[in-house]
Each structure stands twice: as C-alpha cells, then as structure tokens.
Design a protein around this ligand. Structure first.
Ligand code: URA
Length: 203
C-alpha cells in the first residue's frame, strides 16, 4: 500500500518516498528534490549534517560537494570508512536564496528542523546506530532536541533518549570558510580528533 503522509515509515524506501512527497514545511518548493540519508542499514555510526547544499540538491545524495570532500578526507584520516557510515542531514531539502546565478545556502530555522525531525527520527529508528554524530549546531538541535554549545560540548558522549549516544562536532563547511590556513589546519585537526573519539565509541 502507498504510505500516507503521516504513516510512520517501516523501511528506508518509505522514508525516501515520504521525503520526496513531503509538505511538512515549505522548503520542498524551491528544491530540486529531497535528499535522504545514504549508507548501510546496519551502520553503527550515523553522521548528521545540516541540509543538502547546491550539489547535493542536484545529485540527490548527501555530502557530495565541497563539504563532502572535507568530510571524506577527515573520515579517512580518522580511520573510518565512509561506506560503513549512514550519512544524512537534519533537513532534507536545500534552503537557499538566489545571488546572481548562484544559489546561496540559508540556514534552516528551528521550525524547519522540527518539521524534518519526523524523517531523521525515522532514519534513527530504522538504522539504530550506536552513535549519532551531529555536524554543527543545527544538526545538534535535530539530534539532541536543544541547540548545543558546539565549542564546549564537542567530542563528548551525550546520552540520547533512545539509548544511543550523541556527539557534536563542527560542520565541515565551517572549516572551508576559515580564511587563514593555519587556523584551518588546526580546526581540521580538531575535527579529525572528534571523529577519532567517535570511532572509539563504536568499536
Ligand atoms: N552540508 C551539509 O550539511 N550536508 C550536505 O549534505 C552537504 C553539505
């Protein structure tokens, strides 16, 4: 049977269909498509980003653009295979505003994050990861239900209601935005350290 908009998804294909048909918030209007998570259904680690960017919106896959390049390299350095990770986003549609020919990322608001938790929570129920790693404050809000102080709380194991463990760290786009090469290298090391801490909690 075709799932209705409010039917709790029983498997990841229902999540995919549901996201494509989602009208829980207005962001579907200006996006090419919804971008669901990707990765094995038995993943012990789930990584949650903020929302698809320009390239993810076009490709229909999470973290395939510049931030994805940073994430992939940091995962490799931390000894984590991306193929073993379920990678998703707090918000499944690309929120943006036009700037000339470009589409500039706009941070989703708390209402949009709340609306899209329906899908993130479904992914978490279906995957049942041991650790849910949130990249940045918006993903942290979606995972923890409160906005974390990322600088203070990063890299720590935070207990979650469903018995899994949460962790927050910086968003890879933040690393890309740092203007100075030294501070970028240092921030990148901190990011890799948090991924190593995450690896320690799932192995
Ligand atoms: N940034 C995100 O938070 N998620 C993506 O999928 C890509 C960039």
């Amino acid at each position: 049977a075709r799932p209705t908009a409010d039917a709790v998804p029983d498997d990841l294909s229902e999540v995919e269909r549901g996201v494509q048909a989602c009208r829980r918030c207005p962001l579907y209007r200006d996006a090419t498509q919804g971008v669901c998570g990707e990765g094995p259904s038995g993943a012990r680690l789930m990584i949650v980003g903020e929302q698809p960017g320009d390239q993810e919106d076009l490709a229909g896959q999470p973290f395939v653009g510049p931030a994805g390049g940073v994430l992939d390299a940091a995962l490799e350095e931390a000894g984590i295979e991306r193929a073993d990770v379920y990678v998703t986003n707090a918000v499944k549609h690309f929120k943006h505003e036009p700037r000339g020919k470009r589409r500039l990322h706009k941070t989703p608001n708390a209402g949009e994050v709340q609306a899209c938790r329906w899908w993130l929570d479904a992914e978490r129920r279906l995957i049942r990861p041991r650790l849910v790693l949130a990249l940045g404050a918006t993903a942290g809000l979606a995972v923890l239900g409160r906005k974390p102080a990322v600088t203070k709380e990063r890299g720590r194991a935070l207990p979650l209601d469903d018995g899994s463990v949460g962790m927050v760290t910086v968003h890879p786009s933040y690393l890309l935005r740092l203007p100075n090469a030294d501070s970028r290298a240092e921030a990148r090391r901190g990011f890799v350290d948090d991924l190593i801490a995450a690896r320690g909690l799932i192995s």
